[in-house]
Write a protein that binds this ligand. Structure first.
Ligand SMILES: CC(C)(COP(=O)(O)OP(=O)(O)OC[C@H]1O[C@@H](n2cnc3c(N)ncnc32)[C@H](O)[C@@H]1OP(=O)(O)O)[C@@H](O)C(=O)NCCC(=O)NCCS
Length: 148
């Protein structure tokens, strides 16, 4: 059974940040703690549990533009990548965003994840920032429906 929900106890929160650290920070040589930021207070935390086991995570943020959401910290457990969990959690996050009235999602993709988001219907808009001075990101967006 697949479930999309936030962590709901201390152990689940620990596993959530641990997955974020191992997939998104440890490979860049960063220390524990670097996986958290101030947006964690306000962001919506979404986990994909498959039969109760954490497989993928994402954080849904608001932006300074009305009805524009941003997804951050998307990560799938290493041994489980490439079998559909990434697509599933992105769909769930987009649905939550759409239900709250947003019209589009933006994100900053790591260079090696750009093709993943292209497959999900995102448009690559422009080069954005260099994370830690080395990892190029690209600003991408997906408009949920035509505004005409
Ligand atoms: C990038 C990531 C979130 C994708 O999740 P995933 O579960 O591995 O991807 P899925 O299995 O759902 O793949 C969906 C489609 O995208 C493709 N895809 C997945 N990762 C890809 C990548 N890095 N580059 C190109 N295509 C990719 C899959 O082949 C699949 O294509 P298909 O539908 O034609 O078969 C995951 O691999 C991950 O956590 N990577 C490391 C951390 C990371 O890069 N996070 C994103 C930060 S911006």
């Amino acid at each position: 059974m697949i479930e999309f929900r936030p962590p709901r106890n201390e152990k689940e929160w620990e596993n959530y940040y641990d997955l974020r650290y191992r997939i998104l920070r440890e490979p860049l040589g960063k220390e524990r703690g670097s996986e958290k930021n101030e947006g964690d207070e306000l962001g919506e935390h979404i986990c994909l549990y498959d039969n109760g086991i954490l497989k993928a995570i994402a954080r849904l943020d608001k932006t300074d533009k009305p009805q524009v959401a941003q997804v951050r910290f998307v990560a799938v457990e290493k041994a489980q990548q490439g079998i559909g969990y990434g697509r599933m959690i992105m769909k769930a996050v987009e649905e939550i965003s759409e239900q709250r009235g947003d019209i589009k999602m933006i994100l900053h993709a790591r260079d090696y994840a750009v093709d993943f988001y292209l497959k999900l219907g995102y448009k690559n808009l422009e080069k954005s920032y260099l994370l830690f001075g080395v990892l190029q990101h690209y600003l991408m967006e997906r408009i949920y429906k035509s505004l005409s």
